[in-house]
Design a protein around this ligand. Sequence first.
Ligand code: SF4
Length: 431
Amino acid sequence: MMVFKNRLALINLTKREISLEEIPQEIQFQYLGGRGMNMYLLARRFHPRIDPLGPENPLIFGAGLLTGCLNLGSRMNISAISPETGYLGDANMGGDFGAELRYTGLSHLMIVGKSKDPVYLWIKNGDVQIKDARHLWGLDAMETQRAIRQELGDERVQVACIGLAGENLVRFAGVRTGLKSIAARTGLGAVMGSKHLKAVAVRGTEDLEIENPQGLLSYYKDLLKGLMERRWVQALGRFGTPLMIALGNTAGFLAVRNHQWTSVGEAGLGLVAENLERYSTGMVACCSCPVHCRHRLKIEMEKDKEVYGEGPEYASVGSMGWKIGNLYLESILQLVELCNRYGLDAISTGSYIAWAMELYQNGIIDEKTIGFPLEWGDSKSIKKIIHMIAQREGFGDLMADGSFARERLGPKAGEFLLQVKNLPFEMTMKG
Ligand code: SF4
């Protein structure tokens, strides 16, 4: 049931060179779709001394094996050496970008080098162009997508881009597409920023060649039936992943106040998934996904300033919520949206803020270091520190280095950061 055409575009931003190559079938069978093929391509370029923010770090976009094909897939992976960890960087995102990339006739992009000035890539049906993005530099992730669609005169163009966090090389910046989808983890937005690559825009109308269309159709029908009969999937389609919140709170696997506790008890009742419906205008899906697990949200960011957002996922609610002692749903939605616009990984952002809060709680850092008090759940300070991180201002500049900030804060501070190989973890598992 293979999707046949897997074609790679190799783009060198320093030399402004572009070449296309077919990915041989034996390699496709060996490594399969997005992540597998990305790892193969990354290994081709890897050497142990690659600077994650240097021009030689290959940034790889890979559509999933069946992405764009019936309702079977909409996901894609972005990979490189991670600026957040120094090790393998890999993150997955939904939305419509992956499918649209496939409809251009390409399945993978490998981007190396660094452009002198900001640029974006414009890919239409296999034609790849490098375009000036100086006028886009400084725009947030939503403004960037809007501006590119307007410039290209096509509302159906899908854009993966960075916000200010990626431009400022925040080590946990992600790559954003649509209202909420983000290849969030491991700092791949900073890799894009280091290459002066503001965005990749794609629009395709090519057909996908399928090895066995009839076989695929009958497989798909069985799969769809089995999937949609599951109560878990039906619940996801109504509440999204936040349906995990009540379970996590009762079973005790939340990461409260930088993992000091595992539940917030009755104080968490305001955060249960049902309460999101107050802000939701309906459920939406990544390209063709029958599950449609995402709320389309109307959020008041400031007084009388409403914006549309999407999500939020369980992990983002936790990171902007109980992990930093914030139990107010409206404030959580605003903070997640702020991260989305800056193109920040909400999980890492919340984790590093939680770390700083616990350091403040224990007197390891003080008001003089931060510039203001940093109390658990104080949404004004949290908002301020997110702005400072994305713009690398004051204490935010230090936080923007993520786990590497331990080197400047000292070994005692390092003991309070919960991470594995420099990547902060998301939640506490009961063990
Ligand atoms: S709509 Fe939900 S379940 Fe479907 S691909 Fe997107 S994130 Fe996954």
